[in-house]
Design a protein around this ligand. Structure first.
Ligand SMILES: [Zn+2]
Length: 143
């Protein structure tokens, strides 16, 4: 059954037995793990890094950004985890899924090929902005 709410739990180590509806956050390992919110029982791991997911903690609830897309599973679930609420996205077409995956691969590859510390400081952020806008529309993430 699809869940509409979740709670979070900060843990140094991700427990062996995961509970439904709990987003486990390990700051030590910069990762989050939860059971797919559709109830299929698959473990979903979302590593926290500049190219992958960001965790927002407002002191009460945590949110993950961008959205979580489990296209490797049969359920192909896609949702946002925001302030304790699971917001389900409409099913994506195969084409958009492929585009989203490609964009993620590209971001990771760019980061590996071109580590930030070797990049010169940009004069303006115009170029950065347009790349950001392109990436956003490609993966359909929401802020
Ligand atoms: Zn699922």
């Amino acid at each position: 059954m699809k869940r509409n709410r979740y709670v979070h739990q900060f843990a140094e180590l991700i427990p062996e037995h995961l509970e439904q509806g709990v987003l486990y956050v390990s700051l030590t390992y910069s990762t989050t793990v939860h059971l797919c919110m559709c109830g299929c029982g698959h473990e979903v791991t979302n590593p926290l890094s500049p190219q992958q997911w960001k965790l927002i903690f407002d002191g009460r609830q945590v949110s993950l950004t961008p959205s979580v897309g489990s296209w490797g599973f049969d359920c192909e679930s896609h949702y946002w985890l925001e302030n304790g609420e699971v917001e389900w996205a409409p099913a994506w077409s195969r084409k958009r899924i492929a585009a989203g995956r490609e964009a993620t691969r590209r971001r990771i590859k760019e980061a590996i090929d071109d580590p930030p510390r070797r990049q010169p400081e940009p004069d303006s952020n115009t170029a950065k902005k347009s790349l950001w806008a392109r990436t956003r529309s490609a993966v359909g993430r929401r802020t």
